[in-house]
Design a protein around this ligand. Sequence first.
Ligand code: COI
Length: 356
Amino acid sequence: TLQSLPESSPTYRFDDDGEEYADIKWDELGFGLVQTDYMYIMKCSNEGEVFTRGELNPYGNIEMSPCSGVLNYGQGLFEGLKAYRKRDGNILLFRPEQNAMRLQMGAERMCMPSPSIDQFIDAVKQTVQANKRWVPPPGKGSLYIRPLLLGTGPVLGISPARECTFITYASPVGNYFKEGIAPLNLVIEETMHRANPGGTGGVKTITNYAPVLKALTHAKSMGFSDVIYLDSVQKKYIEELSSCNIFIVKGNRISTPPTKGTILPGITRKSIIDIAIDQGYQVEERAIEVEELIDADEVFCTGTAVVVAPVGSITFRSKRYEYKTGAGTTSVKLHSILTCIQSGRIEDKMGWTVEL
Ligand code: COI
């Protein structure tokens, strides 16, 4: 059963159709935390090595040992998925089972037990249902759901934590980049790398993200939106950005780097590949040399947070290369099909959406 709402909860507002919405400025959403009412928590101790029963709690701070695996050695994973409100007021999740499976793969790599697929989807559904008034009205954004799997038990020497905690919270969001839907300006990062062969670049561990802060912050201070990382061995193949995957378009051919351990297997990436094939594009997952960016027609990025973002320019060794953006481009077409499926505006032939 739900516990009472936190005292600070904003008042409810009813729209014309009688739907309940939180009283916030829906037109001003960016990608920052807006606290919602509830989060879901489920614990697992090594005794049984399985998660048993979780429950909703009021959204708030959590307590853990200062000696926990996650705080000391970064034993943690996260996921990201979105819930969209349809025009009829119902709510759609996009491919939640894919996030559940990716979390399981990551848990195996990080020596943690993970929730079953059903437990994961149930936690996500309960979190969205309990925070329903925070799912933006159609066309105003989405509810971003952030599941976390953390080693919360104490570990002084390096070893897997004996207690793990699965938490799911949510926040309404708009566009990820401050550019909104305007094209991104990227820069190639040549000295810092995001991932190494044999490392954890292919799973969504929290430890992949703090190390990008230095390159990202520097790029932003120079006016760029994000950086493109190169492979750490030959230093000539593009990998991904700090926050999303990358695609290039040349004529009818769409290419993206293969997910062979150093690239995050994005669920939006995978969905865009399927949509592009269905639309008659030739899609290739292959190593892409940085030089190839120079004569691409279009470049775009994909991610749950980012959705499909067009790239207007890439700067490489102080030279700026520009790409087609706007009406009639491949990225606009793919963005439109994806978001129409996600928000229930076109038929979901792929069977990707899950109605709450
Ligand atoms: C997502 O797209 O869901 C991510 O996890 C990327 C994150 C940097 C916001």
